[in-house]
Design a binder for this molecule. Structure first.
Ligand code: EPZ
Length: 417
């Protein structure tokens, strides 16, 4: 396994180019198997989860490759099985369920387990697909699904699940008749998926709102599509600029999709100015703690919770975080405290007493965004921080240490002893 070794205290200055969105690329890659002809996707990040998805597409019968940010997916005769040893490494593999049922009328997908941040059930995915006519059995840890052609349905989700909305949106695109998805998630990645499907000939409207209408069509054709940029990667590097009192220009950056994040960072005292190519992020170090509640979009994203917590540790005053999306997403707090942070946890709430003088330490990554939080703290901490098990980080950040080194960070990748 590998670790990142960071010498803290360096002010970051320069330009960082934001990569394509992991959480938009994953569903769009799964949706590609629904097209009768080849798909080309641009702005796709070179991440572990993307390579895992391309491996899954190949197992499902679609040749796929990624070169220099462009993914090519060749339509093929689909094989309806997503094996456990692949699904267990990436929960988002469950997003092939809707496409397989829509295209083939059958699917055998390993039930994704939970992960460090929560149990991650998929009951909403299954219930919605059942309303569209699919029938499921659970057999040796696999979801066995089958249906004749899916029928459109009026589905009211119990909660605005991102993955559930995505699976149902894809399935409905090839169903017979109209599907209405109520209480749908509004995340920008869902809008991106709907835009891709419409570019393939689907008839989707209302995406980005909580009511999405889909008129099923008989087939979808491949297309060339540019995936949106990664709003969570952009938010992470905004915090990197702020925590090091730096001055960073972020290019190829999303804009309004970051409003909740830029709003909170500005409330802390970070100076974020729109530039023609993105955002310039500057901090003189005079930062105040704030109160954050993670919410479905357009609220503050849970995927930025760990990162803003690291910044609150060194801001003046006390900040609070309420995590309302996942039941166990404070694992980074325990490691931050080992670096001298002063965070108290109580259930879904964290109280962060600011003004900590962070000191470098060997710390353990537990999940993707927790790893990012520890790297951010290491950029600030006095001395050396070693973030271990950075395979978590590689799932969602393209060449993080290279991007940080290019703006002045002292950071290198090493083998763990
Ligand atoms: C997506 O996960 C993202 N992953 C997550 O990003 C993100 O944190 C999450 O949405 C919330 O924004 C991808 O897009 C690949 P959910 P997803 O279904 O779809 C409960 C990252 O760091 N729920 O909206 O799994 C669930 O337990 C990752 O990039 C049910 O109860 O999220 C959770 O508490 C982490 N039943 C809440 O809803 C269901 O059927 C939100 O889950 C589905 C979900």
């Amino acid at each position: 396994m590998q670790k990142l070794v960071i010498e803290g205290g360096k002010r970051l200055e320069g330009k960082i180019r934001i990569s394509g969105s992991k959480n938009a690329s994953l569903p769009v890659l799964m949706a590609s198997i629904m097209a009768d002809s080849d798909v080309t996707l641009e702005n796709v990040p070179a991440l572990k989860d993307i390579h895992t998805s391309l491996k899954l597409l190949t197992l499902l019968g679609c040749k796929s490759e990624l070169y220099n940010g462009t993914a090519g997916i060749q339509a093929g005769d689909l094989v309806p099985e997503a094996p456990y040893d692949l699904v267990r490494t990436m929960r988002a593999s469950v997003l092939c369920l809707g496409p397989l049922l829509a295209r083939l009328g059958r699917a055998k997908v390993a039930l994704p387990g939970g992960c460090a941040i929560g149990t991650r059930p998929v009951d909403q995915h299954l219930r919605g697909l059942e309303q569209m006519g699919a029938r499921f059995e659970l057999e040796s840890g696999y979801i066995m699904g089958k249906c004749r052609r899916l029928n459109g349905a009026h589905i009211i989700l119990d909660l605005p699940t991102v993955g559930g909305t995505e699976n149902l949106l894809m399935a409905a695109s090839l169903a017979r008749g109209e599907t209405v998805l109520e209480n749908a998630a509004k995340e920008p990645e869902i809008t991106d998926l709907a835009n891709f499907l419409n570019a393939c000939g689907a008839r989707i409207s209302g995406h980005g709102t909580s009511v999405i209408r889909i008129q099923g069509v008989d087939s979808l054709q491949g297309c060339r599509y540019r995936v949106m940029s990664d709003r969570i990667e952009a938010g992470t590097y905004m915090v990197a600029a702020a925590i090091t009192h730096g001055d960073i220009l972020l290019s190829n950056c999303p804009d309004k999709e970051l409003d909740a994040v830029t709003g909170k960072l500005r409330e802390m005292g970070v100076i974020i100015s729109p530039e023609p190519e993105g955002f310039r992020v500057v901090s003189d170090g005079d930062l105040q703690g704030v109160d954050v509640v993670t919410l479905p979009y357009p609220g503050f994203p849970t995927d930025m919770q760990a990162q803003i917590m690291a910044l609150m540790c060194v801001a003046a005053g006390t900040g609070t975080i309420k995590e309302t999306i996942f039941e166990n997403r404070f694992l980074h707090a325990l490691e931050l405290n080992r670096m001298g942070a002063r965070i108290k946890l109580s259930g879904q709430n964290a109280v962060v007493r600011g003004g900590a003088n962070l000191v470098g330490a060997p710390v353990m990554a537990s999940d993707l965004r927790a790893s990012a939080s520890l790297v951010l703290a290491g950029l600030k901490a006095r001395g050396i921080t070693e973030v271990q098990r950075i395979y978590h980080l590689d799932r969602g950040y393209e060449a993080m240490e290279k991007k940080l080194e290019a703006v002045g960070a002292r950071i290198r990748r090493e083998k763990e002893n």
